[in-house]
Design a protein around this ligand. Structure first.
Ligand SMILES: Nc1ncnc2c1ncn2[C@@H]1O[C@H](COP(=O)(O)OP(=O)(O)OP(=O)(O)O)[C@@H](O)[C@H]1O
Length: 264
C-alpha cells in the first residue's frame, strides 16, 4: 500500500452464492484511493461497483484478497464511512431538522449540541429556513440536500455514494454535483462515487475507475486533467473535460453493445 492510500483493495474478489447459483461479482481488484480523493466508478450494470462500496463499508468481507482502510483490514461495519444511495430514506413523519438529527441522537449527543449542529448542517447544504418542513413538502433536490446533511451529521471521513443523483432531472443533478464537489473539498472528504452517467463521472472525478464485466475487473484508471477547483457550469467549454468524457464513452460503448448481444 502506498503511504497516502486511505482505502486499498488488494487482489479483491467477491463471489455470492444464492441457492445453487454462484455469481462471481468482482475479480482481482487492485486499487488505492488516497485521502481526500474523489474517485468515480463506472462500468456496465452488474460489474460489481456497489459490491466494492459494500466491502469498503464492511457490510460483507471479500471472498479473496483484502480491503484495507487506513492501514488495517476492514473487519466489520466501517464507521468511518457513510453511505448514500439513489433513495434518500428520509423518515416521512419527521421534520427535515429531525431527520438530520437522527445520527446525532444515535450517538447520544447533548440536546444543545444537536441543535447547533443541525442548524450548521442545514446552512451548509442550503436548507436554512426549511427546518420545520416535512420531506413530502420538499422538492427532489431539497430532499437530496437533506439526505446529504444527514449523511454529513455522522461526520464520516469517507462518503460512499451509489448513484445518489440518478433520480434527479438534469438541472437538479447539476446543482447537487456542484454542492457535493464544494462540500467534499471544503470538508476534505474522500469520496467513492458510483454512476452510470459518464459525463457526471468525468465532471466530478480526480480519478475515474472503469470496470468491465462480468466478473467485474478494472479495465482502466483515468486521471482527470481538470484542476480540483473547477467550475462545473463551464465544463462543456473545456476541451480537457470533453476529451475525458469522450474517452469514457469510447471505453464503455463497446461493452454495452457486447452486453446487448449476450442478452439477445
Ligand atoms: N448481497 C448480494 N447477494 C447476492 N448477489 C449479489 C449481492 N450483491 C451483489 N450481487 C450480485 O453481484 C453482481 C454485482 O452486483 P453489483 O450490485 O455490485 O453491481 P453494480 O456494478 O453496482 O451494478 P449496477 O450498476 O446495476 O448497480 C450482480 O450479479 C449482483 O446480482
Amino acid at each position: 500500500m502506498t503511504a497516502e492510500a486511505l482505502i486499498a483493495f488488494r487482489g479483491v474478489g467477491k463471489t455470492f452464492t444464492v441457492g445453487d447459483r454462484v455469481v462471481e461479482a468482482v475479480r482481482s481488484i487492485d486499487l488505492d484511493v488516497r485521502r481526500g480523493e474523489f474517485v468515480t466508478l463506472v462500468g456496465p450494470s452488474g460489474c460489481g461497483k456497489s459490491t466494492l462500496l459494500n466491502m469498503t463499508a464492511g457490510l460483507f468481507a471479500p471472498s479473496s484478497g483484502t480491503v484495507q482502510y487506513d492501514g488495517g483490514p476492514v473487519t466489520g461495519v466501517n464507521l468511518r464511512t457513510g453511505y448514500m444511495t439513489q433513495s434518500d430514506h428520509l423518515l416521512p413523519w419527521r421534520t427535515v431538522a429531525a431527520n438530520i438529527q437522527v445520527p446525532l441522537e444515535i450517538h447520544g449527543r447533548p440536546r444543545g449540541e444537536m441543535r447547533d449542529r443541525v442548524a450548521a448542517l442545514m446552512e451548509l447544504v442550503g436548507l436554512a429556513g426549511f427546518e420545520k418542513s416535512y420531506p413530502s413538502q420538499l422538492s427532489g433536490g431539497m430532499r437530496k440536500r437533506a439526505a446529504l446533511a444527514r449523511l454529513l451529521a455522522y461526520d464520516p471521513e469517507t462518503l460512499l455514494l451509489d448513484e445518489p443523483f440518478a433520480a434527479l432531472d438534469a438541472q437538479l443533478r447539476l446543482n447537487m454535483q456542484i454542492e457535493l464537489l464544494r462540500l467534499s473539498r471544503q470538508l476534505n472528504k474522500t469520496v467513492l462515487f458510483v454512476t452510470h452517467d459518464l459525463d457526471e463521472a468525468a465532471a466530478l472525478c480526480d480519478r475515474c475507475v472503469v470496470f468491465s464485466g462480468r466478473p467485474g475487473t478494472i479495465r482502466a484508471v483515468l486521471d482527470s486533467p481538470l484542476p480540483r477547483d473547477r467550475d462545473l457550469l463551464r465544463l462543456r467549454h473545456d476541451g480537457r473535460y470533453v476529451a475525458l468524457a469522450a474517452e469514457l464513452w469510447d471505453m464503455i460503448t463497446p461493452m454495452l453493445t457486447q452486453t446487448r448481444g449476450e442478452s439477445s
